[in-house]
Design a protein around this ligand. Structure first.
Ligand SMILES: *Cc1c(COP(=O)(O)O)cnc(C)c1O
Length: 596
């Protein structure tokens, strides 16, 4: 694999980095299998925007030497998984530091590999990938940083100990002293325990006071990413004491971090963070109901535009709004570009997608036919087969509108048998329904490159989660940037991104799946197909997607919101005694204000 080589003297001064970003997975390069899906993509896109906008960040993750997995699908859609091994030592420079951690009473040595995320003006965000495969470690410990989301709960707790406590120790050893620690999901929450230890400077955690905890809280920011309960890691108390030892276990138990008598990473992160947010407006509200004792904000996710825009759109924008790479607000200005040129750029993406599929699989798709895309992790709440609920109606629509093509892609977690069953269901439907009018095809091994090709090449992006489990979703944002409207359940980001018939279509809430599928078919038949048949109207729709949604659902905007609201919010104004704050004319009169 080819990656940019880094000379040691190009290292940014780590001591000037004020924000440390911790994430269990980060998608750094299509060549590195260090991510599984949306969480890792978001982390990578965040750091790419941080690099482009010269943010003073540094990041921590794990090396994941065995990767997530490569998906193989048999003739009937039976998924099997293959490791994607990679060798950090032949790919990346070492951080030249080894730190020691105590896990289960043993010393575990941790080293790190350094990946530099390079921004458009040359600014670098260093990412340290922690690695326990160090000579001298117990053979079992040497495998702890290998498998992303692999192993049992014991393995996971050891990994999360390495991420939080090992990551903090590494930063300390490198002379990096950030003011803000951002936990991207609860996996990294043990870093707060490390910060508490740092503050006590050798004293015992059991002697920590409420003031010590408050001091740690002032340093931490936490983003929660899912309303699905299984997404919140928890561990038995026995396991906690076994892995972390008595002092740390006791501290977690006695600072109010247990939930239902279990060690819960989300509750640790909530307890130790001064700012907590969900990843879309609605997700913040749903999280607030789940965790009423904490104040929860919302910062809606985005995507890194230069990572997800097709080369055809990049060329067009470089010509028309050249500063879009550092300032994504210029996407709003695509209204100044002739919509026919936007349609032409999209069409090139469609041709490239079909050429790639033909080359990989021998299957040919027609670029003149309406093409729907559905690509995402195959979890049951995402309901991959809602689109296939009523096969007779789907076939009838395909025949009536002059043909329909549906492209599927997505991996099921290796332990998710229900998810794997859904892939077989799509295969079975395709085998039954494929005809001259309707073509359904499942593409193997959804990953960064396939995700980009699909969101750049299909005509409509479909998303059918069961509400309210889609915290945000980001693939529809990639599509919007490329002029692709969404047909989606009003959940996650789509509640904010959907302007009906302008940026896409909402699948109406129904009593049951049949009712929601029926709404989906109605939109397809009566709204989407007639518009698609009118090329100039469709080109305007593509322009709206970029101007309205591309200009907002990007990580440049998202990161600016993290800076202004979470990392360095404006301090509360202190008014000298006796000087009342100036009131705006809309404020309540003083007499009324005094009553509330
Ligand atoms: C963008 C992306 C995701 C996340 O998309 P969702 O809309 O959240 O499903 C997952 N996997 C890959 C490969 C992606 O590119």
């Amino acid at each position: 694999m080819t990656l940019p080589s880094v000379s040691p003297d190009s290292s940014p001064e780590l001591s000037t980095r004020t924000i440390a970003y911790f994430s269990m997975e980060i998608a750094l390069s299509p060549a590195l299998p260090t991510y599984s899906g949306g969480l890792g993509m978001l982390a990578g896109d965040t750091l790419r925007s941080a690099a482009d906008t010269a943010a003073p960040m540094v990041a921590i993750s794990l090396a994941h030497r065995r990767g997530y997995f490569r998906q193989k699908l048999s003739d009937i859609g039976q998924q099997t998984e293959a490791d994607v091994p990679w060798s950090p030592e032949t790919t990346l420079p070492s951080a030249n530091q080894i730190v020691a951690l105590t896990i289960q009473g043993r010393q575990v040595l941790i080293r790190a590999w350094r990946f530099d995320v390079l921004g458009v003006t040359g600014h670098v965000i260093p990412v340290f990938l922690l690695d326990s495969d160090v000579e001298g470690n117990d053979p079992w410990d040497r495998r702890l940083t290998d498998h992303l989301y692999g192993g049992d709960s014991f393995y996971r707790l050891c990994q999360e100990t390495i991420l939080g406590l090992g990551g903090l120790a590494l930063l300390q050893s490198l002379g990096c002293r950030p003011q803000v620690y951002h936990m991207n999901e609860g996996h990294a929450a043990l870093l707060a325990i490390g910060l508490l230890e740092e503050r006590l400077a050798g004293g015992q955690l059991k002697d920590a006071t409420e003031a010590d905890i408050e001091a740690v809280r002032q340093q931490c920011v936490f983003t929660t990413h899912t309303p699905v309960p299984a997404g919140h890691d928890q561990f038995g108390q026995d396991q906690m004491y076994q892995v972390l030892g008595h002092d740390r276990g006791f501290a977690i138990e006695h600072t109010g971090c247990l939930h239902n008598n279990l060690m819960n990473m989300t509750y640790i992160a909530l307890r130790f963070s001064r700012f907590v947010n969900g990843v879309a407006m609605q997700h913040g509200k749903v999280s607030q109901q789940m965790f009423p004792e904490s104040k929860i904000y919302s910062i809606t996710n985005g995507v890194h535009a230069a990572t997800w825009l097709s080369s055809h759109f990049q060329d067009l924008l470089d010509e028309e709004v050249p500063h879009w790479r550092t300032d994504n607000q210029y996407f709003r200005s695509v209204y100044g570009i002739d919509s026919a040129r936007i349609a032409a750029a999209h069409n090139k993406g469609k041709l490239r997608l079909f050429a790639t599929i033909a080359k990989r699989t021998g299957h040919h798709f027609n670029p003149n036919i309406l093409t729907l895309g559905f690509g995402r992790r195959v979890a049951t709440y995402k309901r991959a087969s809602l689109l296939l609920q009523d096969p007779a109606r789907l076939v009838a629509i395909a025949e009536k509108i002059g043909g329909l093509q549906i492209l599927y892609a997505g991996k099921a977690h290796p332990a998710d048998n229900a998810g794997k069953g859904l892939i077989r269901d799509v295969y079975a439907s395709a085998a039954r329904l494929n005809s001259s009018a309707l073509k359904i095809y499942y593409i193997e091994n959804y990953d960064w490159e396939l995700g980009a090709l699909l969101t750049q090449g299909v005509d409509v992006w479909v998303n059918t989660p069961r509400r309210p489990y889609e915290a945000s979703g980001t693939s529809g944002m990639k599509a919007a940037l490329n002029g692709v409207p969404s047909l989606s359940i009003l959940d996650g980001w789509w509640i904010e991104g959907c302007a009906e018939n302008v940026t896409g279509w909402a699948i109406e809430d129904g009593e049951d799946e049949a009712a929601e599928a029926s709404s989906l078919y109605d939109k397809l038949e009566h709204s989407i197909a007639p518009l698609y048949a009118n090329p100039s109207a469709w080109a305007q729709l593509q322009q709206h997607c970029i101007a309205i949604n591309g200009s907002f659902f990007n990580t440049h905007r998202m990161l600016a919101q993290y800076f202004g609201n979470a990392y360095f919010p404006p301090p509360p104004t202190v008014h000298p005694a006796g000087t009342p704050p100036r009131r705006r004319s809309t404020d309540k009169p003083a007499s009324e204000a005094a009553l509330v």
